[in-house]
Design a protein around this ligand. Structure first.
Ligand SMILES: NC(=O)c1ccc[n+]([C@@H]2O[C@H](COP(=O)([O-])OP(=O)(O)OC[C@H]3O[C@@H](n4cnc5c(N)ncnc54)[C@H](OP(=O)(O)O)[C@@H]3O)[C@@H](O)[C@H]2O)c1
Length: 302
């Protein structure tokens, strides 16, 4: 039995589906059919970003998926992200005006009038970080983004917004799984009503990003990990991926699994027919290994 209606609170007027569909590393050749299939399989949240270079084909998939599933735009939650620039990569930080233009460009590529959530993808904006946040507040005020947030922000980046006296983000999308639990950051976010959205929940799978050209920064210890998750999953009669995703939703984090495979796509949204018992949750709570591994090129929180 699935429960795709389950949602978490994002702000006073918006909720976010507990399970969304990730679109990173989905090529333009595959995006339309994959996103359409995900919507038909029951996903009601599509997570994308201008940095994934596939917004146009993701948008085509959204349109096709809504039609095939017989639902309308308001039944779907769409997240898009500003690429903020990164001076360390010779990529000038976006100004406030450029941020407003970037959102318009993303909406045009996606073929949408608004997004449900617009995020600053990473805290790379340096001197422009607060200007970018001010632009997002404007986008929320003019209805182009129903809710707004950040991604890969640490406590000091969030405090910068607080110190400027600006409204805090509705959400912070961060890498979260049993090996990267970020308890201090989550406690801060909880105090400030910033909802956690978990990405790369499936990092502990031995098969995670092992294809040519898919870099990650897994440690040797992680690569040599034993069968703990597999053994636990067997106990509940679910897959290791379902166990890891259930860990996220059971902790109150919206999750964003990506899969190109129809069976795995269906499996990843089927998280509500079992729950992880207290003993196993306590065991998983001891497995934290610090910062995440999805950004192979370095710590995006710097
Ligand atoms: N804000 C950020 O900075 C940030 C960073 C990273 C990711 N994200 C978002 O979060 C989404 C998810 O993260 P992710 O793409 O890094 O990784 P993920 O969803 O944790 O893992 C995807 C990988 O796991 C495989 N997989 C999926 N379901 C499986 C299953 N049931 N059993 C076995 N293998 C399975 C996929 O292969 P197949 O496709 O072959 O099934 C793929 O190789 C992204 O797509 C993106 O939308 C955001």
């Amino acid at each position: 039995m699935t429960n795709t209606a389950t949602t978490f609170t994002l702000n006073t007027t918006t909720t976010i589906p507990a399970v969304g569909f990730g679109t990173y590393l989905i090529s333009n050749d595959d995006a339309k059919s994959t996103i359409s299939a995900a919507i038909q399989a029951g996903y009601r949240h599509i997570d994308t970003a201008s940095g994934y270079q596939n917004e146009k084909t993701v948008g085509a998939g959204i349109k096709a998926g809504l039609q095939s599933a017989g639902i309308t735009r308001k039944d779907l939650f769409v997240t898009a992200k500003l690429w903020p620039g990164n001076p360390a990569w010779g990529d000038a930080p976006k100004t406030k005006a450029q941020t407003l233009d970037e959102c318009d460009a993303s909406l045009a590529r996606l073929g949408l009038d608004y997004v449900d959530l617009y995020l600053i993808h990473a805290p790379y904006g340096g001197d422009m970080r607060l200007e970018q946040w001010r632009a997002l507040l404007e986008l929320q005020a003019n209805g182009k983004a129903r809710s707004i947030g950040v991604s890969n922000f640490n406590e000091s980046h969030l405090n910068e917004i607080k110190a400027a006296g600006l409204p805090m983000p509705d959400a912070n999308q961060i890498e979260l799984h049993p090996w990267s639990q970020k308890p201090d950051l989550l406690a801060y976010m909880d105090q400030h009503a910033i909802a956690p959205i978990a990405y790369s929940s499936l990092v502990p799978l031995s098969t995670w990003r092992t294809k040519e050209g898919q870099a990650s920064a897994k440690t040797d210890e992680m690569k040599a990990a034993g069968t703990t998750f597999r053994d636990m999953a067997e106990k509940y009669g679910v897959s290791e991926a379902q166990l890891l995703l259930r860990w996220g939703v059971q902790n109150g984090y919206a999750v964003l699994p990506k899969s190109m495979n129809p069976d795995r796509m269906r499996q990843n949204i089927d998280l509500f027919s079992f729950s992880i018992d207290d003993t196993d949750m306590a065991k998983m709570a001891t497995m934290d290994q610090g910062d995440g591994v999805a950004w192979a090129t370095g710590d995006p929180s710097k």
